[in-house]
Design a binder for this molecule. Structure first.
Ligand SMILES: Nc1ncnc2c1ncn2[C@@H]1O[C@H](COP(=O)(O)OP(=O)(O)OP(=O)(O)O)[C@@H](O)[C@H]1O
Ligand SMILES: [Mg+2]
Length: 252
């Protein structure tokens, strides 16, 4: 029996920024449905790796496959159509929109249909689709502990809440691959626990950059360690904790 392709395959990826080699020969894969942590010191290349997997940055070398298809030449929009979602190290929300509208915007592709004519004619099918969209958005807000804030402007929220808005937006459309870049920075303990619970409840492949080692140990089945753009260790959280190369990279 043929085993299913991994959800994410990164093969020999390199990224050069002028003289800086941000990534060099990075190779790993993540099985579908698993949560894989990416740890490493500041400047190790973690965010650059996320940019390569999500299609924001073309690698200088190597390739990226999602669910077995080579997407190296596919841009960020094309990959998001394949179900790739992410959150950013500095949360990116639409500050002038309400929390609900931030999440609805992530569902826009499924749109009401019918355009202006649809508005004028108030087509019943369009109304049903619109109601369904709102239900889904509200359900995502509820999961992320934001039900009471649906009408608040995203710009008015503290960073922890903005992170949760980003998460709601990332999960509302049932992503196939979800990348989270330092999601717990700025969250209090309750928010971190909620974030972990939401992620644990997803039937999705997750790649997670995180400095909170406890969070990584709890959330991830596997961990990859980057240092100076290279994978220096890979394994279970417990194995990684004992790895001499990892200790050296972190402790100098
Ligand atoms: N746009 C860019 N132009 C030039 N150099 C860059 C650019 N983005 C990142 N770098 C460099 O690439 C290397 C990797 O950066 P990256 O942001 O991927 O690291 P990181 O592991 O996410 O770090 P942190 O933990 O601080 O978020 C660093 O040396 C950084 O200075
Ligand atoms: Mg980073």
């Amino acid at each position: 029996m043929k085993t299913a392709d991994p959800a994410i395959q990164v093969r020999g990826v390199g990224v050069d920024f002028g003289g800086v080699r941000a990534l060099n020969g990075v190779t790993f894969s993540v099985e579908a449905g698993r949560t894989c942590g990416v740890i490493g010191p500041n400047g190790a290349g973690k965010t650059t790796l996320f940019d390569v997997v999500t299609g924001l940055r073309r690698p200088t070398a190597g390739s990226v496959l999602l669910h077995g298809s080579d997407v190296t030449a596919t841009g960020a929009l094309g990959r998001s159509r394949l179900g790739v979602r992410r959150t950013f190290q500095r949360p990116q929300v639409f500050g002038r929109l309400t929390v609900l509208d931030n999440v609805l915007a992530a569902l826009e592709w499924h749109g009401g249909g019918g355009g202006l004519a649809g508005d004028l004619l108030a087509l019943p099918a369009r109304g049903r689709r619109e109601r369904r969209r709102r239900e889904r958005a509200l359900e995502a807000l509820d999961r992320c502990g934001l039900a009471d804030l649906a009408g608040a402007h995203a710009a008015d929220l503290p960073i922890g809440r903005r992170r949760m808005v980003e998460l709601a937006r990332a999960i509302v459309d049932e992503p196939s691959v979800l990348l989270l870049d330092e999601p717990t920075s700025g969250l209090d303990a309750d928010q971190s626990a909620r974030f972990a619970a939401v992620v644990a409840g997803l039937d999705t492949t997750v790649l997670l950059v995180e400095h909170d080692v406890g969070f990584v140990m709890d959330a991830c089945e596997r961990v990859i360690v980057l240092d100076l753009g290279e994978v220096i260790a890979e394994g279970t959280p417990a194995g990684i904790r004992e790895d001499p190369a990892v200790r050296a990279a972190y402790l100098g």
